[in-house]
Write a new protein. Structure first.
Length: 141
């Protein structure tokens, strides 16, 4: 798996965001109008850290922050068209790179990969069904 990480070329996207900001963008894309408190929880950071991430993304024009009409103390975060373009670039870059990796596999290797993916899907379904699926605990490096 370490070798897979070596081919990453983040500068090639021409996107000026950190990995934390990219995670924030992806969560916001999955949950349009997400509240700052829920966003912080999804990112496993405190509200001040989430607010800082959103501030940078607002400066770049990738997200907007609006007051929640039902609770003026809450802020809601949504993607802009520019933010959606960044997400699209990330996805296209990943698809191109992953596709290039798959192109180098033989048909028997692709078959083995499909068997492995099916096994992971079954395990994930079982874990979700019995409630054991959860994010791993983070330990300081």
């Amino acid at each position: 798996m370490r070798q897979a990480a070596l081919w990453q070329e983040p500068d090639i996207l021409g996107v000026d965001v950190t990995m934390s900001q990219a995670k924030c963008l992806f969560v916001t894309a999955l949950h349009p109008g997400i509240s700052m408190s829920v966003l912080a929880a999804q990112l496993h950071v405190g509200p001040p850290a989430a607010s800082g991430l959103v501030d940078r993304l607002v400066e770049h024009g990738y997200v907007v922050r609006k007051e929640d009409p039902s609770d003026r103390r809450q802020q809601l975060v949504s993607m802009t068209d520019a933010g959606r373009e960044v997400i699209d670039r990330f996805r296209q870059f990943s698809a191109d790179r992953f596709g290039g990796l798959l192109d180098g596999l033989s048909s028997s290797e692709l078959d083995a990969l499909l068997v492995g993916i099916a096994a992971l899907e079954r395990q994930a379904s079982r874990a979700n069904a019995d409630g054991t699926a959860r994010a791993p605990e983070r330990t300081p490096a």
